[in-house]
Design a protein around this ligand. Structure first.
Ligand SMILES: O=C(O)CNC(=O)[C@H](CS)NC(=O)CCC(=O)C(=O)O
Length: 269
């Protein structure tokens, strides 16, 4: 593992695949110009819209999204995470899928979101992700990069389930991706503290690309894409407008924190 720059993209995705991929491309290019070698796109980056439309267009969204990720990674010679997009299954529902691709456009790791967001919020918004999404049934993968660290995947609502991240760390992870489309309502109270908790308890970097702003109807997300270091310090925060959180990932800092705060060594369970 070497020192390098990572970028967590923040965008406002719409129910429009073509527009979203254009917005994502601009932000990836910005990240590359700032020197990022590892870039993450948020959950729903290629489509954020009505559930019925999402399912109807899933085949098209999945194929264009995967082509896009491979093309971007190759063109810019980066490692790129697509943080969550629908992939059709035989059941009529989709998997909410995250895909990590390498600089040759090759697939490095794939994850199907396990925890589905079925929650009625006090602000009147009702989320029923399991209505259109089939839950994945296996732990996310850890991709052991020779240069960028051991990269563990997750998606959005997963961040509320610390055992998933502990499993990733047991599998060697030291860089944890949490691409999200966090609601504005929950985000204001929970987003940052959950990300810091996952970083601190696992003494790992947390890279959290995010959706922000007004998407469609009453769907509003929190923003604050961020990068948190293994001590829990926020290295970069993208605020509430589309943009990037960029920060250095330092193997020496990781080692230092893991020595200073050896909680992973003190595990009993
Ligand atoms: O709704 C859509 O259009 C697309 N789906 C999502 O954005 C997903 C599933 S509904 N959102 C979350 O997991 C939010 C979690 C969250 O906000 C929390 O844990 O508080």
């Amino acid at each position: 593992m070497k020192s390098y720059l990572a970028a967590a993209v923040q965008m406002t995705s719409l129910p429009d695949l073509t527009k979203n991929l254009a917005q994502a491309e601009e932000l990836i290019e910005l990240g590359v110009r700032r020197g990022a070698e590892l870039i993450g796109l948020p959950e729903n980056f290629s489509f954020l819209g009505d559930d019925t439309v999402k399912v109807a267009q899933a085949t098209e969204i999945a194929s264009q999204t995967e082509q896009f990720l491979r093309r971007m990674a190759q063109r810019f010679q980066i490692t790129l995470l697509g943080g969550g997009y629908p992939v059709p299954t035989a059941t009529g529902k989709v998997y909410n899928t995250a895909l990590l691709v390498g600089p040759n456009g090759q697939e490095l790791a794939r994850y199907q979101k396990v925890h589905l967001f079925d929650v009625d919020l006090p602000d009147g918004n009702i989320y029923h992700e399991s209505g259109t999404v089939l839950a994945g049934s296996t732990l996310p993968p850890v991709y052991a990069s020779p240069t960028l660290g051991n990269i563990g995947l997750s998606v959005c609502y997963d961040v509320r389930f610390p055992e998933l991240y502990r499993a990733l760390v047991k599998a060697g992870a030291n860089v944890l991706f949490v691409p999200a489309a966090f609601t504005a309502f929950t985000g204001k109270d929970h987003w940052q503290v959950l990300l810091q908790a996952r970083a601190i308890e696992n003494t790992a970097y947390v890279l959290a690309p995010a959706q922000t702003g007004q998407h469609y109807a009453r769907r509003q997300t929190h923003g604050h894409a961020m990068i948190v270091d293994p001590w829990g310090t926020i290295l970069a925060d993208a605020g509430d407008r589309p943009g990037l959180a960029v920060a250095a990932i330092e193997p020496l800092r990781l080692e230092q924190v893991r020595q200073q705060m050896p909680c992973l060594q003190h595990r009993v369970f």
